[in-house]
Ligand binder design. Structure first.
Ligand SMILES: *Cc1c(COP(=O)(O)O)cnc(C)c1O
Length: 354
């Protein structure tokens, strides 16, 4: 890191920690005592602050609300048995943060400012990190445009903020998923590779329809012909086909996930053949029919490893094996958790110690 960030810290006089029920933590509803805030104006980042979590006052004309100059990140911090606090691979998120910023014509944030902001706010709220199995402190950095101007143009001012949420497991069951072949999440030349807020707004109607049909998640396909598999909900999708680990190759329609990279890195080290390539819907359905789809799961920070129980295409449902019996996803989940919670050596240097 270059130099220590000058952060003005205002602590809350009323911590909500004691009154928070850590046995009931629905995702993203419980916020810690503090948040990080910074402003961009006159071509630079300034006013680095940690303040009590709470409302912010903004003009109703801010361009993020009207034109969607807004994006976010999702990261987790963990507490080890000896009290060590670590954040998992935040350098990757710092890089992706700037890819999103560039795509949305927004200012980049120096990676060391990103890392220091996370470390500072997590440090202050370290008692908010849950210690139960499979729990963590979810970190939500985000940036949005704040010019009070209704003209369609890139804003000249922005806010960068970081919120913290203690969370338990995102999915508690095996997922029933549907291959979506009407709606699309992103198209070539679009912004699917950015963690841009608008991508999620557009995915809610198709997701709601799928839920009404009894599914838990969608598998997105390419915008042109719905011929190739791209992602699963807001996670990457990984298959084990006839002993090979197969996942769609990243492109501008796919978000390059940190969990995806972690899974593929471990798979290669363990000697699995790994294929990053276009994966057709037909190939997955044929494999499922012939009993060659050994494993399928979503991979993401919030969802971790989310096993797929069945895949449906045009009303036909294909069932996979019991997730507990699947060799690859069980092994990968166990190893990732061991690294994150500090019960095995972090030989990759993935844990950023706070
Ligand atoms: C966040 C996200 C992922 C997962 O990325 P991670 O870095 O593993 O959390 C995958 N796809 C989409 C669309 C996402 O928003």
């Amino acid at each position: 890191m270059t130099e220590t960030l000058d952060i003005k810290i205002t602590k809350t006089p009323h911590s909500r920690l004691a009154e928070t029920d850590f046995s009931n933590l629905p995702f993203g509803k419980t916020f810690s005592d503090h948040m990080f805030v910074a402003d961009y104006a006159d071509g630079e980042w300034k006013n680095f602050q940690i303040v009590p979590y709470g409302d912010v006052s903004l003009s109703p004309a801010i361009s993020s609300l009207h034109y969607g100059q807004s994006f976010f990140e999702g990261i987790k911090a963990y507490k080890h048995a000896d009290g060590t606090v670590s954040i998992f691979r935040p350098d990757k998120n710092a890089q992706r943060f700037n890819k999103s910023a560039e795509r949305l014509c927004m200012p980049t944030l120096p990676e060391d400012i990103f890392l220091q902001s996370l470390a500072a706010v997590v440090d202050i709220d370290r008692d908010w990190i849950p210690t139960q199995p499979d729990h963590a402190l979810y970190i939500r950095p985000f940036m949005f445009a704040t010019d009070p101007f209704l003209g369609v143009a890139p804003s000249t001012t922005y806010k960068y903020m970081v919120l913290l949420c203690p969370v338990g497991p995102y999915f508690s069951k095996t997922l029933r998923v549907k291959i979506e072949n009407h709606y699309t999440r992103s198209a070539e030349g679009g912004m699917g590779y950015a963690k841009s807020s608008g991508n999620y707004g557009g995915s809610m109607l198709p997701a709601k329809k799928a839920t009404e049909e009894g599914f838990d998640q969608l598998i997105w396909t390419d915008a042109k012909n719905h011929e190739f598999v791209e992602e699963m909900g807001a996670a990457n999708v990984v298959f084990v086909l006839d002993g090979k680990v197969v996942t769609p190759s990243t492109r501008d329609t796919i978000l390059d996930g940190v969990t995806r990279d972690t899974v593929l890195t471990l798979a290669r080290e363990w000697g699995y053949p790994v294929e990053e390539r276009r994966v057709s819907v037909t190939e997955i359905i044929e494999a499922a029919k012939n009993g060659k789809l050994d494993d399928a799961f979503g991979a993401g920070t919030a969802a971790t490893i989310a096993p797929v129980g069945s895949i449906s295409l045009n009303g036909e449902e294909y069932f996979l094996s019991d997730p507990k019996t699947r060799e690859f996803s069980q092994r990968v989940l166990k190893e990732m958790n061991a690294i994150k919670y500090g019960t095995t050596a972090d030989s990759h240097g993935w844990n950023f110690i706070v």
